[in-house]
Design a protein around this ligand. Structure first.
Ligand code: GN1
Ligand code: MG
Length: 373
């Protein structure tokens, strides 16, 4: 069976879905898991949708621990939403359990699958259409962090160790260059040099954390704009999705990654890098939305390093794309042969632009910080 297909009857037998099965279709915006939408029609003639996902076990090597994390985190969010008078069917993801009460199942070919509710009346965005939407995304991620502030961090498994350890990510790049598995190193000398020149940046947040100046929190770690569901009627951010990388981390990782993806004037895989830049208005918008939702839970280091975190997370992501390109595209799904190199180049162009704009980014942050205090 090809990797993009599965036996729908096997899935239907595993779950008690509501209504009569109608169809399924792929919905792959992420670079890691394989995602499908399943559609059913219930007794009232209404469409009921579910998300079916094949867990990528070469990335998530311990899928059972991964699902334990997700069940705990979504359970916690469910309770918080209820306490706040909200609707947990919309404001958090909910794992759908199998008929034998498991959060995942293994198919005949040994592949791991799981199911979620499809948040009704919602949509996702691949790129910002207006600043208000980015403000709403910031509030959603800020609220997410806020709701998890009292989650017992010691119960979380580290699904991918050193996920945002940029020092380790650079070491991985050096190892890949050394091995040159795909014979591509000679074609990416400029990009390798770009990364190595910024070696000093890689340890900055880790050092602050080691000194106890940045606290460890429960973080999402993959805060791309397309991981927020928006309400079709109000455009408010309803719910944060893609909880695979929820782990102990630094709040700055989440902020930085949101800016990297959402405040870029071009797509993550834009081929014309002259279109890539940091939109300062979007940076400011996200900053104020994020601080309005999470501000009082952040210390002054967590605020002062917000601009730097945007640059660091962009650099880190570029390093990861470059490493994967050099390794022969073994990690991120690639649609064409130099897709990961294209992605790396956009990230490095964005880093360079952020370096030019860093003084302004710091001034904007100082201003908002003053208004808050
Ligand atoms: C991956 O699967 P997706 O698209 O949500 C990656 C993130 C990267 C992102 C870059 C588990 O996320 O860390 O920032 O691609 N997820 C994992 O677009 O590695
Ligand atoms: Mg993801």
């Amino acid at each position: 069976m090809n990797k993009n297909s599965f036996d729908i009857n096997e899935v239907l037998n595993k779950y008690n879905f509501e209504g009569h099965y109608k169809e399924f279709y792929p919905s792959n915006h992420g670079h890691i898991n394989n995602t499908f939408v399943l559609e059913f029609v219930n007794n009232e003639g209404k469409t009921v949708k579910y998300i079916l996902q094949q867990i990528n076990v070469s990335v998530f090597k311990q899928p059972v621990q991964l699902m334990e994390n997700i069940v705990r985190v979504t359970g916690h969010l469910h309770d918080k939403v209820l306490e706040g008078g909200g609707d947990p069917a919309r404001e958090t993801m909910n794992v759908i359990f199998t008929r034998d009460n498991s959060s995942y199942f293994i198919d005949r070919e040994g592949r791991y699958w799981r199911c979620y509710n499809f948040v009704p009346n919602s949509y996702t965005l691949q790129q910002i259409e207006n600043p208000k939407m980015f403000y709403n995304a910031a509030k959603a991620f800020g609220k997410f962090q806020h709701m998890l502030a009292d989650f017992p961090i010691e119960t979380l498994h580290e699904t991918i160790p050193n996920f945002h350890n940029t020092v380790v990510r650079l070491e991985d790049l050096k190892k890949a260059v050394e091995k040159d598995d795909a014979g591509r190193v000679s074609t990416v000398k400029k990009e390798i040099e770009f990364a190595l020149k910024r070696e000093n940046d890689t340890a900055v947040l880790l050092n602050l954390a080691a000194e106890g100046l940045l606290p460890t929190k429960v973080t999402h770690n993959d805060t791309k704009l397309n991981n927020v569901m928006f309400d079709i009627d109000t455009d408010e951010g309803i719910c944060v999705i893609d909880l695979d990388t929820v782990m102990p981390g630094l709040s700055l990782y989440d902020f930085g990654d949101s800016i990297r993806f959402g405040a870029n004037t071009a797509a993550e895989d834009e081929k014309d890098i002259s279109k890539v830049s940091l939109d300062l208005e979007l940076f400011e918008t996200y900053l104020s939305g994020y601080l309005s939702a999470a501000g009082n839970s952040l210390n002054s280091y967590e605020i002062d390093y917000l601009p730097f975190s945007a640059k660091l997370l962009t650099l880190e992501c570029g390093i990861r794309f470059l490493t994967d390109y050099i390794n022969g595209d073994v990690y991120f799904r690639a649609a064409y042969s130099d897709h990961n190199l294209v992605r790396c180049r956009t990230q490095f162009a964005l880093v360079a632009d952020m370096e030019d704009k860093m003084d302004t980014m710091n001034e904007i942050t100082d201003e908002i910080k003053k208004e808050l205090s």
